[in-house]
Design a protein around this ligand. Structure first.
Ligand code: PXL
Length: 276
């Protein structure tokens, strides 16, 4: 197996099964050396908890990047998620430029919004700056809300294929290369992802549960990156990640105490099997 070194840049939510506490185990399980750059440290994630603490690590990023440059450290993939500040995005772009190994794949999950709303930490300036990161990346994984924010396309709860195609056209026109558009659902029973690559648009649909779970975007993006770096093509990686995320929801949804994340650890063996 080809052993790859990947850098993932996202926050540490100490409790809540999202961002780095999900990305690191999933990427490691996929068999990759996983280096991390914490964008911020929070006591919990911000969706459903109140009174959480936040330490923004923006100030630390330039010195960390400078050290890596001095050591000649390079990554075969760089994958970003929830970031700590608008200013930090410039530092992340600098890391894209200076720490990429030859053929490095850059993957941006513009984790900033869902269900038509920005997460509490972010504002319009963050969205503007995120565009400069996302449209320079090889692959982006927005949900519909994030794709609307990145393009100015109007957000709608009910939509059809023509709406989704228009949204994908807008992303393409704005500079997006490969797009994995998540949470695309045309009826109550199924949801799925659209994979836009060159002229090809393919939809993968699977069972939908009425109530979503927190943290599934991060589980999905991490499982996607893990599979992609194992040599799967974008559509196959998108399918593997969707099936895995669905299993995570299935083992969690009947436990009302576990409202803040998904029990992704318990089904990691199945994810690993699908990669082999
Ligand atoms: O799952 C995305 C995410 C990551 N990190 C933090 C969050 C969220 C979503 O709300 O609050 C801190």
């Amino acid at each position: 197996m080809d052993y790859k070194r990947i850098l993932t840049v996202q926050d540490i939510s100490c409790v809540g099964q999202c961002s780095l506490t999900v990305a690191l185990p999933i990427l490691s399980a996929a068999g990759h050396e996983t280096c991390i750059l914490p964008s911020a440290v929070l006591s919990t994630h911000t969706a459903g908890f109140s009174g959480y603490t936040v330490r923004d690590l923006t100030e630390d990023l330039p010195a960390i990047a400078a050290h890596w440059k001095k050591e000649g450290i390079r990554f075969q993939a760089i994958y970003t998620g929830y970031l700590g500040s608008t200013e930090q995005i410039e530092d992340v772009k600098d890391i894209f430029r200076s720490c990429a190994a030859e053929g490095c794949v850059t993957v941006v999950d513009p984790a900033m919004a869902d269900n038509g709303k920005l997460y509490p930490a972010f504002d319009e300036a963050y969205v503007e700056q995120m565009k400069t990161l996302a449209f320079g990346a090889d692959i982006i994984l927005p949900n519909i809300t994030e794709a609307c924010l990145l393009t100015g396309w109007p957000y709608r709860e009910q939509y059809d294929e023509a709406y989704v195609n228009g949204l994908l056209d807008s992303l393409r026109a704005a500079g997006a290369k490969t797009v994995i558009l998540t949470g695309v659902s045309y009826n109550e029973d199924t949801t799925g992802v659209v994979v836009l690559e060159g002229e090809s648009r393919r939809y993968y649909a699977h069972k939908r549960y009425a109530k979503g779970c927190h943290g599934t975007g991060d589980v999905y993006a991490s499982a996607f990156v893990g599979a992609l770096l194992r040599g799967k093509d974008a559509y196959e990686a998108a399918r593997i990640a969707a099936d895995y995320t669905l299993r995570c929801i299935e083992v969690t949804r009947t436990d009302p105490e576990h409202w803040y994340g998904v029990k992704f650890e318990t089904v990691l063996p199945q994810y690993i099997q699908t990669l082999n």
